[in-house]
Design a protein around this ligand. Structure first.
Ligand SMILES: [Zn+2]
Length: 352
């Protein structure tokens, strides 16, 4: 109830400030740079290997970029934003677009839009899939779209040993979205990585999937990365296999982070400055992770924790605002203009 009320208020504030044009007044006092977080570009029907909350259509992205342009915003890469902070500036007219995981559509569909709009972005690439190595999440989403959350949960339940996990998988909440959320949580935190990977790979194969085919249809290859890089889009690292870093020991964490760094360096022929944590919540990385990033010379890292960024924001824990097809454009613009941040500082917490 409280959550619904907050959502309603958020919407009302957005409509009010948007329609009256009042939101632009906040820009001058914003004192922070919004980093928007996207994943996959394309219409939901065409990209059935990913969950809907990771998608934004070309039409919606164009509408958003046009609104930002009309409001006088320019786009920066994450590295350009960090450069500004280091020079002691907080660019009030800047917004940063980021795209996680390295989906093929970032080359096929996003790049033409950026070029048409004179915009730029940072794309965080996980390099494992490009070498034909797919992780459990690929198998998971692919299977999810073929059989739905309840049948997938049943198929997994049949293969796990632990009784309580079987029971949890068989008593997921009703409704596809809630069930999917609960199941993914169980798979992320309640089962050993080895069991989970084996079980999902088996289900994927049983349903007729093959890794090579899925990887090349879903992900950027080195060639597409080079094209994006040459077009002025920043390529950042996002590990090799997209695992929860805090669940790994120091050696494995280093392999994941350094592996993607070296892959990208060799594909692009220059250094990589930016990193994004897989999943990006505070519990998905730890002090070990931050130490490794520092040691490897990364100049920034982005989380999935909401908010704007300024020179005081830890540069290895930058905040981002998630945007997808369901996002309300007026609300996104209010986030970008700092309306919610302004209200937040006065005790009205409506921010994402
Ligand atoms: Zn990711």
């Amino acid at each position: 109830m409280k959550h619904q009320l907050k959502r309603l208020l958020r919407k009302l504030v957005a409509k009010g400030f948007h329609v009256t044009g009042l939101r632009s007044w906040f820009r001058t006092s914003r004192a922070g740079v919004p980093v928007l977080m996207f994943h996959n570009v394309g219409s939901p029907e065409e990209t059935d290997y990913l969950p809907d909350h990771m998608k934004v259509s070309e039409a919606k992205l164009r509408r958003l970029l046009r609104s930002l342009q009309r409001a006088g915003y320019r786009t920066l890469t994450v590295q350009q934003m960090v450069d500004e902070f280091e020079a002691g500036r907080v660019p009030g007219d800047a917004v940063v677009l980021t795209f996680d995981d390295g989906y093929r559509d970032n080359h096929d569909l996003l790049l033409p839009i950026l070029q048409e709009m004179g915009a730029t972005a940072t794309i965080y690439v996980q390099t494992g899939p490009m070498k034909g190595r797919l992780n459990w999440l690929h198998h998971y989403f692919w299977a999810l779209h073929r059989v739905g959350s309840h049948e997938l949960a049943e198929r997994i339940a049949q293969q796990v040993d632990r009784q309580h996990l079987k029971a949890d998988l068989r008593s997921l909440p009703p409704g596809d979205e809630a069930a999917e959320y609960a199941m993914k949580r169980l798979l992320k935190y309640e089962i050993t990585a080895e069991d989970r990977d084996t079980i999902l790979a088996r289900i994927f194969e049983d349903l007729g999937g093959t890794d090579g085919e899925l990887a090349s249809s879903v992900y950027l290859g080195p060639e597409e990365c080079r094209t994006l890089d040459k077009a002025g889009v920043e390529i950042g690292a996002h590990t090799v296999n997209h695992l929860v870093l805090s669940s790994l020991d120091a050696t494995q964490q280093r392999l994941e982070i350094e592996g993607s760094l070296r892959d990208l360096e060799s594909w692009l022929g220059h250094g990589i400055a930016s990193f994004a944590f897989p999943y990006g919540r505070a519990w998905d990385y730890d002090d070990e992770t931050l130490g490794i990033l520092r040691e490897l010379g990364f100049r920034s890292a982005t989380t999935a924790m909401p908010g704007l960024n300024d020179a005081q924001t830890p540069v290895l824990e930058l905040k981002r605002i998630a945007v997808n097809e369901d996002s309300d454009l007026a609300e996104v613009l209010c986030e970008v203009d700092g309306v919610y941040r302004w209200l937040d500082r006065r005790g009205v917490r409506l921010g994402a």
